[in-house]
Design a protein around this ligand. Structure first.
Ligand code: 2PG
Ligand code: MG
Length: 400
């Protein structure tokens, strides 16, 4: 019988790397990468965003087709000669593909390679990344939507992109149960038949009206099930900012200072626990002002999973929460760096899906393996639930 230590020392042999185009939840084309070894096939599909930060890395170097052909022409022998055994060895791979492929492709390639390595080491992906996780990331769930993720009803929609709930149930299963009830209550109160890109309910109501409804749902769930929920928003403010903040529902124009005051008012008025991208992606100073409030002030378009931008946010004390979207940067080495920087600065980390998703559940393993505090996945529909199902499996100690 081979000793365990021998198994770990065996060099993984890649037989093939295959890239192909698949469709995401919006019906748009994205990349899937399959790494084939003697242990099997390991695949990852990249998601895609709609409220894309202007500082995000490009998803493809030139376009999807050219990235696909570059990856299909990668020589398996060459990758094997790099001797990739541990997470940090991804540096060797990045030297080879640097500037040749975009962030979506790099993310899918590295994740598939890590899945293969994890299997080689008889581990699940999350265990291979760190494995010392005590607490799983708490799900953040999108209940009602507006902004660029929603088409609106008779031309009207809330200006903010996401109205979110976070449950403090003890288990992931418990959180999912409460979030599902909240999603159903929202349907009853809104009488909406339409769901948006992320499975959140569409409405013609204003931001404030939706927050009132969120409060009603929160109280109902407390009364009926004795479960606690806190309210969050993703304003995705860059999507309606052009020198001033241009609200449509109701129509009003706010200066940068007035927007800060308005957000402060909402935090206090609705006891908001979590506020993502309340200001445009260049306003570090404004974020700093808001970060004095008793609330999570979270950067997404502001920080774009980029160590440089996060360092600036830390230096300026601009945020106390940061969104981590692997395909905003591509490199999983950088993703790890961003999470480590945030942790060191006492900033909470939120692993996040994109509005265009596939059933790929890699972010669940990344969220657990890197020890994130929260995970934003949505609550309705197969592509959202696949990540939650994976979390439940991890919680129960089950294998993939
Ligand atoms: C966000 C995300 C996901 P998108 O803004 O946080 O909810 O949206 O993927 O469109 O950038
Ligand atoms: Mg966001």
């Amino acid at each position: 019988m081979r000793k365990k230590v021998d198994i770990i020392n065996i060099k993984m042999i890649i037989k093939k790397v295959i890239a192909k185009r698949v469709k995401d939840s919006r019906g748009e084309a994205t990349i899937q990468i399959i790494v084939q070894t003697s242990d099997g096939k390991f695949k990852t599909s990249a998601p895609s965003g709609k409220s894309v930060g202007k500082y995000e890395a490009k998803p493809y170097a030139r376009d999807l087709n050219s990235d696909i052909s570059i990856i299909n022409n990668l020589n398996a022998k060459k990758i094997n000669s790099l001797i990739i055994k541990k997470f940090e060895d991804l540096t060797k791979l990045e030297k080879v593909v640097k500037n040749k492929i975009g962030a979506n492709s790099l993310f899918a390639l590295e994740a598939s390679l890590l899945k293969a390595l994890a299997c080689e080491n008889e581990k699940e992906l999350w265990q291979f990344l760190e494995g010392k996780t005590k607490k799983l990331p708490r799900p953040i769930c999108n209940i009602i939507g507006g902004g660029v993720h929603s088409r609106g009803i008779k031309g009207k929609k809330p200006d903010f992109q996401e109205f979110l709930f976070i449950s403090n149930a003890k288990t992931i299963e418990g959180c999912i149960k409460v979030n599902k009830i909240a999603h159903r209550f929202a349907y009853k109160l809104l009488r909406s038949q339409k769901k948006n890109d992320e499975g959140a309910w569409e409405t013609n109501r204003s931001n404030e009206e939706v927050l009132e409804i969120m409060n009603v749902i929160k109280k109902k769930i407390k009364k009926k099930f004795n479960e606690n929920l806190v309210i969050g928003i993703d304003a995705a403010a860059s999507s309606f900012f052009k020198k001033t903040y241009n609200y449509k529902n109701p129509k009003r124009e706010l200066s940068e200072n007035k927007q800060i005051e308005a957000i402060k008012g909402l935090i206090k008025g609705y006891n908001l626990y979590y506020v993502e991208d309340p200001l445009n992606e260049d306003d570090f100073a404004g974020f700093k002002e808001l970060n004095k409030e008793k609330c999570f002030i979270v950067g997404d378009d502001l920080t774009v999973t980029n160590p440089k931008r996060l360092k600036k946010a830390i230096k300026m004390k601009a945020i106390n929460g940061v969104i981590v979207k692997p395909n905003q940067i591509g490199s999983l080495l950088k993703v790890k760096e961003v999470i480590a920087l945030a942790k060191k600065a006492g900033i909470k980390t939120i692993m996040s899906h994109r509005s265009g998703e596939t059933e790929d559940d890699t972010i669940a393993d990344l969220g657990v393996g890197f020890g994130c505090d929260f995970i934003k996945t949505g609550i309705y529909g197969l592509v959202r639930e696949s990540k939650l199902k994976r979390l439940v499996k991890i919680e129960k100690g089950l294998k993939r």
